[in-house]
Design a protein. Sequence first.
Length: 374
Amino acid sequence: MKILHLLTSGETGGIERLCYDISRYGKESHTFCFLKKGGCIYEEMLKEGRSVINLAEYGKGFNIGKLSALIKYAREYDAIIVHHGDPILKLYYILTKTVTHKCGITMVHSCYDDESQIKYKGMKLRISDAIFQKCFDVSDGVWFVSEAGRKSCRNRYRLNESACRVIYNGISPELLEKAKENKIRSNGIYSITYIGRLVPEKGVELLIDAFESIANKYHTKLSIVGDGDSRDPLEAQVEKKNLSDKVTFYGQQSDVSHYLEQTDIFVYPSVCQEVFGISLVEAMAYGIPCIANAVGGIPEIIDNGIDGFLTQESTSGEISDLIEKVIRLYENGKIDEISENAKKKASRFSICHSCKMIEEEATRLYERKSRENN
């Protein structure tokens, strides 16, 4: 089974990291085609000898030369999976599938319930929606990384329910193996960590506000690992609140294991309809008690009060209350059960299982299409 994956770029992000992991743990033949530009994930895959194609030389916009090249490559594969929610990428996929008649799958990595997930307005939005709808119409399979993603997409677009599947993202066996020996313990200074992009929809400003309210009550420090457009205003917010001695920005890190090993409480304060939260799963694998807003697919990861904690409303007050609750559990020696439950939950989200489902479903769709064509 030869599968061609279409991506906009190979920058650092959840979709790119998932595809990188598929290249490592998939059993079938996977090739990853980047249509607009490469990036650090692309370079990493190239360095490791993974099967990659970079069509950036044809330019960023839509053009016939790039389409012709893509169609030529696609003829050599059994199935095509399109990933990023970029209308231009979707258009390339639609035309390529129409010309080659290959088995086609749309993988949905976003929720479409709020404005933060929708980049366009007016006529551009109508065109984008039309392209997305056509993408779903021509696809033999439509896969979602959470039930929340499926529900939100169903609310916005017309879907063939028989084509829909949920395939959760997962973490590597190496990370699970390394993390399972981690023992959480506080040395009297509670280390709070956020790992992810620094953009408005991630709600990191709520975390900083929440941290301010508990910073003088307990011995605490806050580590913010990641980068993005909001970094400068977030650093200004920290400085304005006189928290610079307790809050550290570490920027983008390729390996976050060191930060997780030093973490007592992990907070994921996303305010958008987050379709999934892979950094939450990674933290839970280390047995770290996690706090998150109950948005999008997050409640599919955390069972509130059992293996982590969810807010009822996405506010800094609720986040600070839950941080205090976790600190009290530490102080009373009652955090171990949450930690062990978190590890058990994380073990369900394995990238090996994700790859197995992707390959089995792609094979099933390919064989069905082959029978229909014959």
